[in-house]
Design a protein around this ligand. Structure first.
Ligand code: URA
Length: 184
């Protein structure tokens, strides 16, 4: 398997109903050999239109944090739990998360990052712990198998609740420090 082949499979996927309503699948973007992978929730309207993750309002805010800690988008890899947009940005359904998870698992296997940073609760609960509470557990690092993992606030939450932005900056500074230690 290669990332290109996996992306082709994803584009033609009909494992859940979102395959029929999407405009584009949003497979992921960045360095296929990245040390650091960010994993969000699901594409929104802009991502659905462009086929690229985190390009809408939340993505623009996320870019500011990447810039602030001097991490370049092209050096890391950014993907989502779900590759297709849920209509009206509703929360992903359990069967959609289950159907899509095989793509993410394979994607991680091919990229082999050393660190995974979950963006928000949805990916943290799937990848780190089912009872992960983002307000309580964000920024805490744990080694899980081959990966050093943490979760930070989802940028959409920071748009709704700017009071969390200072904590986000602290977490992103910590991400940068670990990244410098582990960079391939
Ligand atoms: N929110 C996400 O979780 N992912 C995106 O790609 C865009 C918004």
């Amino acid at each position: 398997m290669t990332l290109d082949l996996l992306e082709k499979e994803c584009i033609n996927c009909n494992k859940c109903s979102l395959g029929a309503t999407k405009l584009h699948s949003v497979f992921g973007a960045g360095n296929p050999d990245a040390t650091l992978m960010f994993i969000g929730e699901a594409p929104g309207a802009q991502e659905d239109e462009q086929g690229v993750p985190f390009v809408g309002a939340a993505g623009k805010l996320f870019d500011k944090y990447l810039n602030a800690v001097d991490i370049k988008r092209e050096d890391v890899y950014i993907a989502n739990m779900l590759k297709c947009r849920p209509p009206k940005n509703r929360d992903p359904l359990p069967e959609e998360k289950d159907a899509c998870f095989a793509y993410l698992r394979e994607q991680i296997k091919l990229i082999k990052p050393k660190m995974i940073v979950c963006l928000g609760r949805i990916s943290a609960q799937r990848l780190i712990r089912e009872d992960f509470k983002i307000t309580r557990d964000h920024g805490i690092w744990e080694q899980k198998g081959d990966f050093l993992m943490t979760a930070v606030y989802h940028p959409s939450l920071l748009l709704r609740d700017p009071r969390r932005r200072e904590e986000m900056l602290k977490d992103m500074i910590s991400v940068k420090e670990k990244y410098e230690e582990l960079k391939k």
